[in-house]
Design a protein around this ligand. Structure first.
Ligand code: SAM
Length: 335
């Protein structure tokens, strides 16, 4: 079963960032003003090597992790990513080996990824409309290449495929129905993600968030949807299905209904720092430990220690603060 943290949560899911680089400059994630030409990305030797990632993943697997997700930056920009996948695919107890990508290079890579042992992919796509999508990725990248990447992934057997759409008010909320229409009946699950505050870099404002509740209402009015049970503890998305039997959609309510109580995820950054919360500022540097010659037993001790001390419930705390603030504003305004 593995260790529990201070709130009784096991560790089940490890998200591994394999690079800090990305070929998109999504305005809500890596805006050009910050990640411009001058920005210094990590040098190659600063990144965890594939051997180091494999050791860390094996240690987490010994502590209860059953799912590995490769992410970034853009994971398909890491050279030789299929070699890493081939290593990770051999870890006993890992039941789900997956990767989140913007889809730009997926058409070219899907077959290699599947051959290396990847189980499935999640593809991020924020609109069906080129103008909206290009404005969001801010590098003029068109929708069709991402759709072709999704088709290639399906043909390679990287299924079930999830599609992530971050919804930002006034930017792409007009694309919700077209996205749903496109993926309804495709066998892929579209998930709408509430736009989150990812630190001080994306100029986040609560007003920019379209609450999942509102998204569900729009979908229900147009297509008719009903809720379904989560498939496992700690599932990030709330699941809904089309009443006509043409598949399901999900909503990720990180802002309006945080789900810290069920969070079984740990994250490791490209340079080897483990964070036990997406919003954590501090972390545990495993690269230093690994490069100082730590044995697997020492690594296990550190992993066990960082998890048993874990007390993060950032989103819930933040949500109650936000709710409190809004109450004050409302009472001030007499609302
Ligand atoms: N480059 C890959 C991709 O685009 O999927 C993987 C990394 S990306 C950071 C992982 C996911 O986080 C994407 O689905 C992206 O849309 C989402 N994301 C990034 N910034 C976000 C924000 N501010 N709020 C909500 N989701 C966000």
């Amino acid at each position: 079963m593995g260790p529990l943290d201070t709130l009784g949560r096991p560790v089940r899911d490890l998200r591994i960032s394999v690079t800090d680089r990305c070929n998109f400059r999504c305005t809500y994630c890596m805006p050009k003003e910050i990640f411009g030409r001058e920005y210094e990305f990590l040098a190659r030797e600063a990144l965890l090597s594939f051997e180091e990632i494999d050791r860390v993943a094996r240690s987490f697997a010994r502590h209860g992790v059953r799912k590995l997700r490769l992410t970034g930056g853009e994971p398909l920009m890491r050279k030789g990513i299929d070699d890493l996948i081939a290593k990770l695919a051999l870890i006993p107890d890992i039941e789900d080996l997956t990767l989140t990508t913007n889809g730009a290079l997926l058409g070219r890579e899907a077959q290699n990824l599947a051959a290396a042992g990847l189980d499935r992919v999640t593809v991020s796509l924020d609109s069906m409309d080129d103008t909206v999508f290009m404005a969001m990725n801010d590098v003029g990248f068109g929708v069709q290449t991402v759709l072709d990447g999704i088709t290639a992934a399906a043909e390679a057997g990287l299924t079930p495929i999830k599609i992530n759409m971050v919804v930002k008010r006034g930017v792409n909320d007009s694309s919700i129905l077209a996205m749903a229409e496109n993926f309804k009946g495709s066998g892929h699950t579209l998930r709408f993600i509430e736009y989150m505050d990812v630190g001080t870099t994306n100029g986040w404002r609560l007003d920019d968030v379209v609450p999942a509740r509102a998204i569900v209402e729009v979908l229900d009015q147009e297509f008719g949807i009903e809720p379904i049970d989560p498939s496992y503890r700690g599932e990030v998305a709330q699941r809904w299905r089309y009443r006509d039997g043409t598949g399901e959609v999900g909503v990720i309510t990180s802002v309006t209904q945080p789900f810290c109580g069920d969070c079984t995820r740990a994250r490791i950054s490209a340079e080897g720092v483990v964070h036990t919360c997406l919003f954590a500022t501090g972390g545990t540097d495993l690269r230093q430990l690994l490069r100082a010659g730590a044995s697997d037993e020492m690594l296990d001790e550190v992993v066990s220690g960082l998890w048993t001390k874990r007390a993060d419930r950032y989103s819930e705390t933040r949500a109650s603060q936000t709710a409190g603030l809004r109450k004050v504003e409302m009472s001030y305004l007499g609302g």
